[in-house]
Design a protein around this ligand. Structure first.
Ligand SMILES: N[C@H](CCC[C@H](N)C(=O)O)C(=O)O
Length: 330
């Protein structure tokens, strides 16, 4: 029997599979097939999820493992901020370390355990980097510019300004008012830029942000390869950087920024050192279910015999979200 986990960061939900626990690791096609199946709301497990996080060994210095990110459509992402917090907790529990690195597609990222955000809400801080604005790194094209920083793009939306950042997965960000936040614009733009289009050939995660107060945002994201999620860790991180760059009167580098989202809240801290940026993403790493399944069934992508045990962490997380509402209302 093999154990998988169902986890979330700000209720951006994932399944975690640790390849090192298998007699025979799943092949890449088997991993992609499993990701597309297990995350399906109807035919998957536990009403599905926003992706599959695959943990494996790493021989890089100071790392305790590697993370691969597979979206619900089977596409591979170079990074996942909410997911990396849950992978960090898994590796921390497995090896008894609280500060280490995790190998990801583009770089080995520093992670460490933080004090719990609330009772029974385990919390981690993860490094989001490398950060670039160059169009080749997203990639984007046909926008008449090599970098897109707080610029109008009428082709996207008539009266919004946009910022494009890769962290290193691709993000397109716009600061909007309440009415625009709750309009159909985000969904329409997210779909347009993730269907075949002349601007983002690999697609892009699209985030709308509302400035609530000094160092305080609300962010909603339409994710590449997934669609709307409760939160997008790399999206909230990239948006925090855009916040510091585009609204310096409302946001401070090196200070904690509270980023509320439909799934809860995370904190970010944006660092700028001689023209390179990185972001600390701090938030919950909640494990909601343990799943036991025969290894052969995993290879066969057969979920019929999965045995599921719920943990006591989701009620604790919901109490944390409830406490936020009181904070926000003040
Ligand atoms: N959909 C993203 C990957 C997951 C990122 C998100 N879930 C996060 O927490 O950063 C992409 O294709 O770039």
């Amino acid at each position: 029997m093999v154990q998988l986990l169902k986890v979330h960061g700000s209720q951006n939900k994932f399944f975690i599979l640790d390849q090192t626990a298998l007699q025979t690791k799943l092949s890449q096609p088997e991993l992609v097939a499993l990701a597309k199946h297990i995350t399906e709301p109807e035919t998957g497990l536990l009403d599905g999820a926003d992706g599959l996080l695959v943990i494996d060994d790493s021989d890089h210095p100071d790392t305790l493992g590697s993370m691969q990110v597979i979206n619900t459509d089977g596409s591979i992402a170079s990074m996942c901020g909410n997911g990396l917090r849950t992978v960090s907790r898994y590796l921390s529990d497995k090896f008894g370390e609280d500060q280490f690195k995790v190998e990801t597609m583009d770089s080995d990222l520093h992670v460490h355990r933080e004090a719990d955000l609330a009772d029974n809400v385990p919390t981690f801080s993860v490094e989001i980097s490398p950060v670039t604005f160059a169009k080749e790194t997203l990639p984007f094209d046909n926008l008449g510019t090599d970098t897109l920083i707080n610029k109008a793009v009428p082709e996207f939306a008539p009266d919004l300004k946009f910022t494009a950042i890769s962290v290193p997965n691709p993000h397109l960000i716009s600061f909007v008012d309440e009415e625009t936040m709750h309009s159909k614009t985000l969904g329409q733009l997210g779909k347009m830029l993730n269907d075949p289009n002349p601007y983002f050939p690999d697609g892009v995660n699209v985030s709308f942000a509302q400035i609530l107060d000094h160092n305080t945002l609300f962010v909603r994201t339409y994710e590449r390869g997934v669609g709307f999620t409760n939160a997008c860790g790399t999206g909230m991180s990239a948006t925090s950087l855009a916040f510091c760059l585009n609204h310096p009167e409302m946001a401070d580098f090196d200070e904690l920024i509270s980023v509320y989202n439909p799934g809860g809240m995370v904190k970010t801290r944006v660092h700028s050192r001689d023209d390179t940026f990185s972001i600390d993403l701090i938030g919950n790493a909640t494990f909601t279910h343990k799943i036991e399944i025969p290894e052969a069934d995993l290879h066969a992508n057969d979920l019929e015999h999965a045995q599921i045990t719920e943990t006591d962490e989701q009620p604790a997380y919901l109490r944390f979200v409830e406490s936020l509402k009181n904070q926000l209302i003040k």
